[in-house]
Design a protein around this ligand. Structure first.
Ligand code: ADP
Ligand code: MG
Length: 239
């Protein structure tokens, strides 16, 4: 089953040249799909269009076979994790995790049930009463992940979620995110500019440059059969 389908998706800001140029792509349910490319290549713009946070200039975006071009973000049944975590500093860990459920008016019993399960799964059970500033970078990122998991949305979008962490923690969190995605059967669309992250995490990878698709495929295919010099040098394959 296809979870997200793009047909000739384009974006230009203020009539400038396209920053996303006719992207066509299908992402399967349960797939870990990585969007990789250098800074400024259009990764965040594309992700924000999928989330409904950015207007689509041209083309058709479908989710579960429905056109969603103009559907508001809250009706898209997805969750999003940002690079800077975007936690509310004045709220506790618990309040941060539950923020979206409160807005959606999920009942209190259900909120508590999901909170306890998620906190346990993410190793946050002892930290629920703390404020974000009393947490380490890794713990904060875990809260951001928990907030996304607790929504039980089937599609998860992540925009460079590990780029503020040190190398050791990053390596650890890569494995944790993959494990979580498998366990929950999430469809993941994961943005990074880090080739290692892309190659080790993705079921499939799309390489983006200057708003255009350079290649889509499994990591091994990109490595062994890069479509062009850009992919070869970006992925670091021997060719
Ligand atoms: P990436 O996430 O790959 O670094 P972005 O999607 O943030 O790339 O940006 C792609 C291009 O669009 C860049 O040239 C950037 O300057 C431009 N851009 C991004 N957001 C805006 C905006 N709100 N207004 C005008 N240009 C933008
Ligand atoms: Mg970006």
């Amino acid at each position: 089953m296809v979870a997200v389908e793009m047909k000739d998706i384009s974006k230009s800001y203020d009539k400038q040249k396209s920053v996303i140029d006719q992207i066509s792509l299908s992402i399967e349910e349960g797939e870990f799909f990585v969007l990789v490319g250098p800074s400024g290549s259009g990764k965040s713009t594309l992700l924000r269009m999928i989330a409904g946070l950015e207007e689509i200039s041209g083309g058709v975006l479908k989710m579960n076979n429905q056109v969603v071009n103009h559907l508001p973000p809250k009706d898209r049944n997805l969750s999003m994790v940002f690079q800077n975590y975007a936690l509310y500093p004045h709220l506790t860990v618990e309040q941060n995790i539950l923020f979206g459920l409160r807005a959606k008016k999920v009942d209190k019993m259900e909120q508590q049930k999901r909170l306890q399960e998620t906190a346990e799964m993410m190793g946050l059970s002892d930290l629920l009463k703390r404020k974000p500033k009393q947490l380490s970078g890794g713990q904060r990122q875990r809260v951001a992940l928990a907030r996304s998991v607790v929504s039980e949305a089937p599609i998860c979008l992540m925009d460079e979620p590990l780029s503020n962490l040190d190398a050791k923690l990053r390596a650890h969190m890569r494995i944790e995110i993959r494990r979580l995605q498998k366990k929950l059967g999430l469809t993941m669309i994961y943005v990074t500019h880090d080739q290692v992250e892309a190659m080790t995490m993705g079921d499939r990878i799309m390489v983006l440059n200057d708003g255009k698709i350079q290649q889509v495929g499994e990591p091994i295919t990109l490595y062994n059969q890069p479509a062009n010099l850009f992919v070869a040098s970006f992925i670091g394959s021997p060719k």
